[in-house]
Design a protein around this ligand. Structure first.
Ligand code: PGA
Length: 274
């Protein structure tokens, strides 16, 4: 079953009840990837909830565990104002005979608020193209999930000086397909592929340069007010030692954290740097 064109036409004119934000959110998002067992996940959730009071109320702490552990966390996260549940992916199809897929609507029914889309591991290992990511974004927005839309260049592309064009093209086929109101619900994550899981972080200058580029692209397309309201996260070997320097940069509004989010003290220390 394919999603018809009429659905997308509907999505494009769909109005959301949330107002466009004027000041952007600071976000520390933990992407657990395919790690932890149920007891380990439970322990990590509990530790995060315990340490949450150490994080500023104005920082949103977002946790993206593997799908099966989401209901466990939902119970623990209830009544925590600045703690949010994310999924690491969702289907590009809305519902039906797609064995093994998890829909945006299912996630919404589990009180998930964010969904990571277009991660470079999904692009690389699961052949996700811009078109697939766009369809996932559209469904996430339809079901009031906030997508964290990932973009970033490979080492080869950076060495060839192509990083800004690559990121622009990735945005043009995903987040930039939406109007200003919808794009205001999207969080963008700049994750240079060469920095993910490698221990090699972008320097604050490299990261800020790309974030400013993304903000300029947003301004050109949607105007200054909309662009200033969109959070742009940095991801790629971010840890408690380098987070503060990165987060000091004007256009870096937080981090998408992989490995370092699997230790509660480390993850909370990163969130405290915001
Ligand atoms: P990393 O992963 O922090 O382990 O580099 C980041 C990510 O993939 O989102």
């Amino acid at each position: 079953m394919q999603i018809g064109n009429c659905l997308f036409a509907h999505l494009l004119i769909c109005q959301f009840c949330y107002p466009m934000s004027t000041s952007r959110k600071k976000i520390a998002a933990g992407n657990w990837k395919m790690n932890t067992t149920l007891p380990e996940a439970q322990e990590l959730f509990e530790a995060i909830v315990r340490m949450l009071p150490d994080v500023s109320h104005s920082t949103s702490v977002v946790v993206a565990p593997p799908y099966p552990f989401i209901p466990v966390a939902s119970k623990l996260f209830r009544n925590q104002n600045n703690l949010f549940m994310a999924a690491q992916n969702c289907s590009s199809e809305e519902m039906g005979a797609f064995t093994g897929e998890v829909s945006a609507e299912m996630l919404r029914s589990l009180a998930v608020q964010y969904v990571i889309l277009g991660h470079s591991e999904r692009r690389k290992y699961f052949n996700e193209t811009g078109d697939v990511i766009y369809r996932k974004l559209a469904l996430s927005l339809k079901y009031s999930l906030r997508p964290i839309c990932c973009v970033g260049e490979s080492l080869k592309q950076r060495e060839a000086g192509e990083q800004k064009d690559v990121v622009r093209e990735q945005l043009e086929e995903t987040a930039f397909m939406f109007d200003a109101r919808q794009v205001g619900k999207i969080v963008i994550a700049y994750e240079p592929v060469w920095a993910i899981g490698t221990g090699k972080t972008a320097t604050p200058e490299q990261a800020q340069d790309m974030h400013a580029h993304i903000r300029t692209l947003l301004t050109d397309r949607y105007g200054k007010e909309a662009a200033e309201g969109i959070s742009i996260l940095y991801g790629g070997s971010c840890n408690s030692r380098n987070a503060a320097e990165l987060f000091k940069c004007k256009d870096i509004d937080g981090g998408l954290i992989g490995g370092a989010s699997l230790k509660a003290e480390e993850f909370i220390a990163i969130a405290q740097s915001l």
